[in-house]
Design a binder for this molecule. Structure first.
Ligand SMILES: [Ca+2]
Length: 410
């Protein structure tokens, strides 16, 4: 039976499924991209394009693994090598043995699928093999009053059951902007989640712009929160015991984090955050710290006006990287696989507008020291390391794809 296949067999099936796409180049790299043939009669995949090794980079190619995904947002691999993928309109898809099931998984509630909202990130419990819990972040409510929610449900391989909302933002907001919604587990088994700032001007809360809530530790807006696997609050969260603060808050002063990852080797958390016009950021996250938004920022209003005269302030953490103009950063991963030894420990950040991946090299002190780009040619929504040590990309298109980067010998 297919479900008894070993992971190795499944991965070889995955290899056989894809057909290569996406001309791929590396910024600053003079490597020639050469054409290849398409799928052979045996079903083995040959890439359309490859990038030979150069300048300390490995040779690599992209192949298409899946298509027919409508605005896919997040991905999670099951222990048997099958893969779950969220689609922003509100569906959960599964690919078994490299084949996308045409029927979505049942057991999900309705989500607010408007604007930036919908069914967003997915993460398996670290002990999923034993407890079957799958975690979701999504937009809930109505267009004039909505919020980010986190829920978990049990997945038996066929359907979801026992849907439990374990967190929701305490305040509602109008419109469909800035849900944050990336999920990442810390080594201690607690869950980090990013929550957006509530949205752009002219959205207000009380007598000020709602984005000011990013500086209010009493609000979940504009934060990274940390919760236990059942939604309860870890007693060692930084603002536990502060009556004016929300006890879930872990870091603050964020606009809209769309990439969140924890280094499996060091436990260090990283985030990529959207600015408005320019001022996108890469941040190395530290517990309890203030990352500045909207009082210290390199971003400007979409109109071009100043958001703040300050780009840095005492007591606030400056970004490791500033992207102006904006690349619209999306999913983030820290590479710790064996398939690309040259990229060990590097950050891979998706970019929606630039339709590429940014690779960031980090030195021993944790500082970003070099950056390059890998073109994908479609809006990149998520970047993850697969269980096979290869790098996978979801593209944010109506016919979105799962694309894989794999090494080549040359
Ligand atoms: Ca910042």
């Amino acid at each position: 039976m297919a479900r008894k296949l070993s992971i190795a067999t499944k991965l070889s099936n995955w290899l056989a499924i894809g057909s290569a796409i996406a001309l791929l180049t590396t910024t600053g790299c003079t490597a020639q991209v050469k054409s290849g043939e398409t799928v052979t009669e045996t079903g083995e995949t040959t890439p359309i394009a490859q990038t030979p090794a150069s300048d300390g980079n490995p040779g690599f190619q992209t192949v298409k693994v899946l298509d027919g995904l409508e605005h896919p947002w997040g991905i999670a691999w099951l222990p048997d090598g099958d893969v779950l993928i969220t689609e922003r309109p509100g569906r959960l898809r599964i690919a078994r043995d490299g084949v996308l099931d045409p029927t979505p998984i049942t057991g999900l509630p309705a989500v607010l699928a408007e604007g930036q909202g919908g069914l967003l990130d997915i993460a398996l419990h670290p002990d999923f093999a034993e407890n079957r819990w799958v975690y979701f972040a999504y937009a809930h409510g109505k267009i004039n009053a909505n919020r980010t929610r986190i829920a978990r449900a049990m997945f038996d391989g066929e359907m979801l059951s026992n849907w439990q909302v374990i967190f929701e933002v305490s305040q509602t907001k109008p419109r469909a902007q800035h849900f944050g919604s990336r999920l990442a587990w810390l080594p201690d088994g607690t869950l980090l989640a990013s929550i957006g700032d509530g949205g752009n001007p002219p959205i207000t809360l009380g007598n000020e712009l709602i984005r000011q809530q990013a500086q209010n530790t009493g609000s979940h807006l504009g934060k990274v929160i940390r919760i236990n696997d059942d939604g309860s609050i870890p007693t060692d969260n930084p603002f536990v015991g502060d009556a004016a603060a929300a006890p879930e808050v872990w870091s603050y002063g964020h606009r809209n984090i769309q990439g969140l990852a924890v280094d499996p080797e060091t436990g260090q958390a990283w985030a990529t955050e959207h600015g408005a016009r320019g001022g996108d950021e890469v941040n190395r996250l530290e517990v309890g710290e203030n990352y500045g938004w909207p009082v210290a920022t390199h971003s400007r209003e979409y109109s071009g006006g100043l958001i703040s005269p300050e780009t840095s302030l005492p007591g606030m953490i400056d970004p490791q990287v500033i992207w102006t103009p904006s690349i619209a950063p999306s999913g983030l991963t820290i590479y710790r696989g064996e398939a690309f030894p040259e990229w060990q420990g590097d950050l891979f950040a998706g970019a929606l507008v630039n339709q590429e991946i940014r690779r960031l090299e980090v030195d021993e002190s944790g500082a970003v020291v070099q950056e390059s780009a890998i073109s994908i040619g479609q809006r990149v929504r998520d970047v993850r390391q697969g269980p096979d040590g290869l790098i996978y990309v979801l593209t944010d298109e109506r016919n979105g794809q799962l694309i894989r980067l794999e090494p080549i010998e040359n």
